[in-house]
Design a protein around this ligand. Structure first.
Ligand code: ADE
Length: 244
């Protein structure tokens, strides 16, 4: 997976993304991050890339030309036209389903805005997807782009040690994950559920499934309707007590 990132703050992103699992994934060339500094494409000697909005109003806007030229400088491998994702609170809300969709792409371009946003004309010319990471406003798209990069990288085969862990986790079947325990068996008077020590794998799977459903009902009842439940599991749900 190759990801080109158009940003005014490449150092901040590079630094954060080279730690831990994503750092190792880059070392192993499982993911390849290419940061392009939009300021390098400024058309004036002060390296300015922003200006006042026509029509007045608060704040500054990123100009179309440096963003366009930064985009045009990207060398995509072969003849594919990658999706160009603009991080903005005005986009579709990012979720695991979109992460899976993006993880299938060979190449992706992420565009990070700053100030009050970017001149609409360049967005119309290059953007294919508008993505938000939630209903709140950040100072720029960089943190949002890092969230997207993290979520999709861990779905790239080989990035996580255990391929199962990306598959059997929260959201994959529309449910939250069951609770986890590790050593010691007792901590502050709380013990690990006996069933997990039993070695009986079928019973453990059954217990985990029940806990997943229970937890989703409790913490994210809004997910239950679309979750991948069997007919029997649905019948056993007590819809009267679920707070949708
Ligand atoms: N840029 C500013 N706020 C954002 C958000 N919530 N999601 C994505 N990009 C953003």
């Amino acid at each position: 997976m190759k990801c080109h990132v158009l940003t005014l703050f490449p150092e901040m992103m590079e630094q954060a993304l080279k730690a831990s699992i994503l750092g190792k994934a880059q070392d192993k060339q499982l993911i390849n991050l290419n940061f392009i500094n939009i300021r390098d494409f400024s058309n004036n000697k002060y390296l300015k890339v922003d200006d006042y909005p026509y029509g007045g109003g608060a704040g500054m806007l990123m100009q179309a030309e440096p963003v366009y030229n930064a985009f045009k400088s990207i060398n995509t491998e072969g003849s594919i036209k990658p999706r160009v994702v603009y991080l903005t609170p005005q986009g579709r809300t990012f979720n695991q389903h979109i992460a899976q969709e993006f993880a299938k792409e060979e190449e992706l371009v992420l565009l990070c805005g700053h100030y009050e946003g970017i001149d609409e004309r360049v967005l119309e010319l290059i953007v294919t997807d508008y993505i938000s990471i939630g209903d709140y406003v950040l100072t720029g798209g960089e943190l949002a782009a890092m969230v997207v990069i993290d979520a999709i990288s861990r779905l790239v085969p080989g990035v996580l040690h255990n391929d199962d862990s990306a598959e059997f986790e929260s959201f994959t079947d529309g449910l939250l994950e069951y609770p986890h325990y590790t050593r010691p068996v007792e901590f502050m008077g709380k013990t690990v559920p006996d069933i997990l020590l039993s070695g009986h794998h079928a019973n453990i799977d059954k217990w985990r499934r029940e806990k997943s459903i229970e937890r989703t009902v409790e913490r994210r009842p809004d997910l239950i309707e679309k979750a991948d439940l069997s007919e029997k599991e649905r019948k056993e749900l007590n819809y009267d007590t679920i707070e949708f």
